[in-house]
Design a protein around this ligand. Structure first.
Ligand code: XMP
Length: 507
């Protein structure tokens, strides 16, 4: 006979946190958001990889490429580069994150000596850069011949046909540094010589990168950066249960830090086989998350299979239509609460703590606090990150407002059939499980994440918690009625920005 869950499954919007006692020491600045990413023997050893903030970006074409990975690692989280692309291009994205030297910028505005002032002006307008290196062949890695900055030309006094070679600051007048230069030394050179930028060159005088004065300062102001033991940014990658034997070695070779099986439904032999393959070939040196599951049974299965972390959530994502198309899923809050309880029971029984991640359905910032309070160790977000400058999707104007494109991995646009694969010979999709959409553009990731986390820290202090562990321990959650949801927003007032203004002097 079929099994019935007695209680209705609930979403984050149906819960609130009841404040707890806040000691005077519990201030937002003292809150630590550090949280374990992979399994470990809690209480006996340090978690081998912890996130500095409890946020990871979704394994999606519209969300997680190398640009997003660098931006999020800078803030202390981690991206999982999407797997619905060729093995080569995914591995190249991972390699670019690992090669990325914070503060060392590969020049994307390069000139050749025979270009004209008109072309310089055009490039400056297009890319907005005021420093452009001149190389023999006009590439980012050509032999360095000089640099053009705004100080090298005066539009009012020069012909637009003038050649770059005639007005650039030539190589012999430039201060440059070798590739072995550390960021600290590069910064000292910049300061000592009052420079705005410093070209880094190899032994053949070919350009390698540029260091800018402003970037060094911002690098220093990122105390949460997710760095590996070689001080490189950390990055994850999504894999599937079909081509793992080819994809994983390429990703490992590229330097990936953590893998995650990307699947709409994780309680399956295919996930177990994939984890077993990893253990057989790499032991515990390669970390691999799995999912998604929505109940204790699914968690137990993947924990026993050896998953390093387990993702929770089916059909709650903003672009998901799995519940509509297949009738599969569970309210995200209920799923998180049940899986967290299973995770705690597993820890009690085995001494092994397997972190869980609530994936999808985070709409408001306070949903992150709720997910953490319900027992999630960190959250995965798609829509949230898709809105920022750093996501790979297009920024477009729709009805007078800027939007970013955002599409599901189960949409016809992404064609990620491996994510929905149930084995057998069949390859490809017969129906969609996701939509193609727009989300309101939200500017720079750094600003958005800072604002979100300031709210999370504030909520944690209301609950008297200085760590996520403490929040999970102390949180008091209450279910809200539909009428109290109305009470929770502004009500029975006329909002000023929605009301025509009439001054009391009649003007
Ligand atoms: P949010 O709400 O953050 O959700 O936008 C992101 C999560 O949604 C999942 N995902 C999908 N689920 N059809 C689905 O049913 C899809 O096309 C789809 N694409 C992504 C995924 O777990 C992601 O992290």
């Amino acid at each position: 006979m079929a099994y019935y869950f007695d209680e209705p499954s609930r979403t984050f919007n149906e819960y609130l946190l009841v404040p707890g006692y806040s000691p005077s020491t519990c201030v937002p600045a003292a809150v630590s958001l550090k949280t374990p990413l992979v399994r470990y023997r809690k209480g006996e050893e340090e978690c081998p990889i912890s996130l500095n903030i409890p946020m990871i970006s979704a394994i999606m074409q519209a969300v997680s490429d190398d640009g997003m990975a660098v931006a999020l690692a800078t803030e202390g989280g981690m991206s999982f580069v999407y797997g619905s692309q060729s093995i080569e291009s995914q591995a190249a994205m991972v390699a670019r994150v690992k090669d990325y030297k914070a503060g060392f910028v590969t020049s994307d505005a390069n000139l050749s000596p025979d270009m004209t002032l008109a072309q310089v002006v055009e490039l400056k307008e297009k890319l907005g850069h005021s420093t452009m290196p001149v190389t023999e062949d006009g590439t980012a890695t050509g032999k360095l011949l000089g640099v053009v900055t705004e100080r090298d030309y005066r539009l009012s006094r020069m012909s637009l046909d003038e050649k770059v070679a005639d007005f650039m600051t030539p190589r012999e007048k430039l201060i440059v540094a070798p590739v072995s230069t550390s960021l600290k030394v590069a910064n000292d050179i910049i300061w000592d010589h009052k420079l705005n930028s410093l070209p880094i060159v190899d032994e053949n005088d070919h350009l390698v990168s540029l260091v800018f004065r402003k970037d060094y300062d911002s690098h220093k102001s990122n105390p949460n950066e997710m760095l590996d033991s070689h001080k490189r940014y950390m990055v994850g990658a999504g894999i599937n249960t079909r081509d793992y034997a080819e994809r994983i070695p390429a990703l490992v070779e590229a330097g990936v830090d953590v893998l995650c099986i990307d699947s709409s439904e994780g309680y399956s032999d295919w996930q177990k086989f994939t984890i077993e393959w990893v253990r057989e070939h790499y032991g515990n040196t390669v970390k691999i998350g799995a999912g998604n599951v929505v109940d204790a049974e699914g968690f137990r299965f993947l924990a026993d299979a050896g998953a390093d972390f387990i993702k929770v959530g089916i059909g709650g994502g903003s672009i998901c239509i799995t519940r509509e198309t297949k009738g599969i899923g569970r309210g995200q809050a209920t799923a998180t609460i049940e899986v967290a309880a299973a995770r705690d029971a597993y820890f009690k029984e085995t001494g092994v703590y397997v972190p869980i991640c609530s994936d999808g359905g985070i709409v408001y910032d306070h949903h992150i606090s709720l997910a953490l309070a319900m027992g999630s160790d960190f959250v995965m977000l798609g829509r949230y990150f898709a809105r920022f400058d750093e996501s790979p999707s297009n920024k477009v104007m729709v009805n007078g407002s800027y939007m970013k494109e955002y599409w599901g991995e189960g949409s016809a646009r992404a064609r990620n059939w491996q994510r929905y694969d149930l084995g057998g010979d069949k390859k490809g999709m017969t129906f969609e499980e996701g939509v193609d959409s727009y989300v309101p553009y939200a500017g720079a990731l750094k600003d958005g994440v800072a604002l979100t986390l300031s709210k999370v820290r504030s909520t944690m202090c209301n609950c008297g918690a200085l760590t996520i562990d403490e929040l999970q321990d102390k949180a008091k959650l209450t279910i809200v009625s539909s009428t109290s949801i109305v009470e929770g927003g502004a009500h029975d007032v006329l909002l000023k920005d929605k009301t025509p203004y009439v001054s009391n002097t009649g003007h």
